[in-house]
Design a protein around this ligand. Structure first.
Ligand code: KIV
Ligand code: ZN
Length: 388
C-alpha cells in the first residue's frame, strides 16, 4: 500500500468508544445520522460499533455500512472467532470494511485480566489477525494497555501481528497513563525496532485520564504514527478519548509539523453540537475549539487588543471551525473599548465623556449581573437619555 508519508488518517470512534459512556447510548437511526455527518467531515475511518456486544450494535454496523460509502467502516472485536465472525457478518455491506481486533499487551492485563502468559497472548493476537484476514483485507490490531506494556514485548507483538497480516497497528494508551514524552518514545521505539513496521500504519489511541490524550496523540504522530483515533468532543470512557477537533486543529495551526489530514474543519461546530445533543453530553464551555467560550473574549485587556487587531488574541478564526462568530462578552472585567464596540453595533455614537458616563453605570450594573446583553445596553442608554 502506498501512503502519502505526511498524511495523518483520522479514525473516529465516537460511535464505539464514545458511545460506551453511561447515558450516551444511541439508537441505530441516531448513529446513522452521526455517521453521515462524520462522512461529510471527512474522517477516514468510522468505528461503527462492537457487533458481538448486542443485536443493536450489530445492526448499527450493518446500517452504517449501507448508508456511508466514503470512509472505511470498522468493527471492533476481541481476539476470538465468535467476535470476528460477528464483525465480518455485520460488515458485509461495507464498501471498505475493516476488522479491529486485539488483546491486552501489558503484564497487568496479561496476568490480572487473562490469567495468561506473554507467549499465549501473543499467539492469540496472531491467530485473531490471521482469522480476521479470511474475511477482510484491512485488519487493524490493538495492543490494549500498550501505554503500560513492556516495550520489548510490545515490539515483539507488533512485529508478529504485522507478519500475520495486520495493516494497522494500534498502540492504545488505554488508561491514559503516559506522558507525551513516554508515549512518543514508545512509537519511536517501534518505528526503529520492529521488522517491516512500514508495512503497517501505526495508530495512536489515547485516553484522557491525565488530560494528556491530545498531547500524547500529537507526540505519536511526531514520532511516526500516521493514524489518530479519537472522538468528537473527546467523549469516551472515564475522562474520554482524544478530541478529534483538537488534534486536527493542532496539525493545521502548526504547519511546520508538515502533517495534514483530510478533514473539513468548518464542520466541527455543527457535528460537535449534534453529538452533544444526541448523546445528552453537554460540551464544557471552555472546551478547546468547540466550547461556547472558545472564541469569547471577556477581559478588558484582551478585548482591547482583539478590537485593535484580532490576531492579537486569535490563533484560529472561528469561521475555520464553523463557529458562528467571535464574541466580545460584556462583564465587569470589560473595558471601555468593548462597551463602545457594542454600543456602536446598536447604533449609538458617543463622545469620550458620554462613554465615560455610560461606562460608570455599566460597571455598577455588571457588578450585579453576570453578563450584560443588548437589552441591558438599551436600558442603560434609555436611562442616560432620560437624565439628559
Ligand atoms: O482504549 C483501548 O484500548 C480501546 C481498544 C479496544 C482499542 O479502546
Ligand atoms: Zn479506547
Amino acid at each position: 500500500m502506498l501512503h502519502d508519508p505526511n498524511r495523518v488518517y483520522i479514525f473516529d470512534t465516537t460511535l464505539r468508544d464514545g458511545e460506551q459512556v453511561p447515558g450516551c447510548q444511541l439508537t441505530p437511526p441516531e448513529k446513522i445520522e452521526i455517521a453521515r455527518e462524520l462522512e461529510a467531515l471527512g474522517v477516514d475511518i468510522i468505528e461503527a460499533g462492537f457487533p458481538v456486544s448486542s443485536p443493536g450494535d450489530f445492526q448499527s454496523v450493518v446500517e452504517i455500512s449501507k448508508a456511508v460509502t466514503q470512509p472505511t467502516i470498522c468493527a471492533l472485536t476481541r481476539a476470538n472467532k465468535g467476535d470476528i465472525d460477528a464483525a465480518a457478518e455485520s460488515l458485509k455491506y461495507a464498501k471498505h470494511p475493516r476488522i479491529h481486533t486485539g488483546i491486552g499487551a501489558s503484564d497487568t492485563h496479561i496476568k490480572l485480566k487473562f490469567n495468561s502468559t506473554r507467549e499465549e497472548i501473543l499467539q492469540r493476537g496472531v491467530d485473531a489477525v490471521k482469522y480476521a484476514k479470511k474475511f477482510v483485507e484491512d485488519v487493524e490490531f490493538y495492543a490494549e494497555d500498550a501505554g503500560r506494556a513492556d516495550i520489548v514485548f510490545l515490539a515483539q507483538m507488533v512485529e508478529a501481528v504485522i507478519a500475520a497480516g495486520a495493516t494497522v497497528v494500534n498502540i492504545p494508551d488505554t488508561n491514559g497513563y503516559c506522558t507525551p514524552d513516554q508515549y512518543g518514545s514508545k512509537i519511536c521505539f517501534l518505528k526503529e525496532n520492529v521488522k517491516n513496521i512500514d508495512k503497517a500504519i501505526i495508530s495512536a489511541h489515547c485516553h484522557n485520564d491525565l488530560g494528556l490524550a491530545t498531547a500524547n496523540s500529537i507526540a505519536g504522530v511526531q514520532n511516526g504514527a500516521r493514524q489518530i483515533e479519537g472522538t468528537i468532543n473527546g467523549i469516551g470512557e472515564r475522562a474520554g478519548n482524544t478530541s478529534i477537533e483538537e488534534v486536527v486543529m493542532i496539525l493545521k495551526t502548526h504547519q511546520s509539523l508538515g502533517l495534514h489530514t483530510n478533514i473539513n474543519a468548518t464542520k466541527f461546530y455543527e457535528i460537535s453540537r449534534m453529538v452533544s445533543s444526541q448523546m445528552r453530553m453537554p460540551v464544557q464551555p471552555n472546551k478547546a475549539i468547540v466550547g461556547a467560550n472558545a472564541f469569547a473574549h471577556s477581559s478588558g485587556i484582551h478585548q482591547d487588543g482583539f478590537l485593535k487587531n484580532r490576531e492579537n488574541y486569535e490563533i484560529i478564526r472561528p469561521e475555520d471551525v464553523g463557529f458562528p462568530s467571535a464574541s466580545i462578552v460584556l462583564t465587569a472585567r470589560s473595558g471601555r473599548h468593548a462597551l463602545k464596540f457594542h454600543l456602536e453595533r446598536l447604533g449609538y455614537q458617543l463622545s469620550k465623556d458620554e462613554l465615560a458616563d455610560v461606562y460608570h453605570n455599566f460597571l455598577t450594573l455588571a457588578d450585579k449581573k453576570l453578563d450584560i446583553n443588548d437589552d441591558d445596553l438599551q436600558s442603560l442608554m434609555a436611562n442616560k437619555l432620560v437624565k439628559q
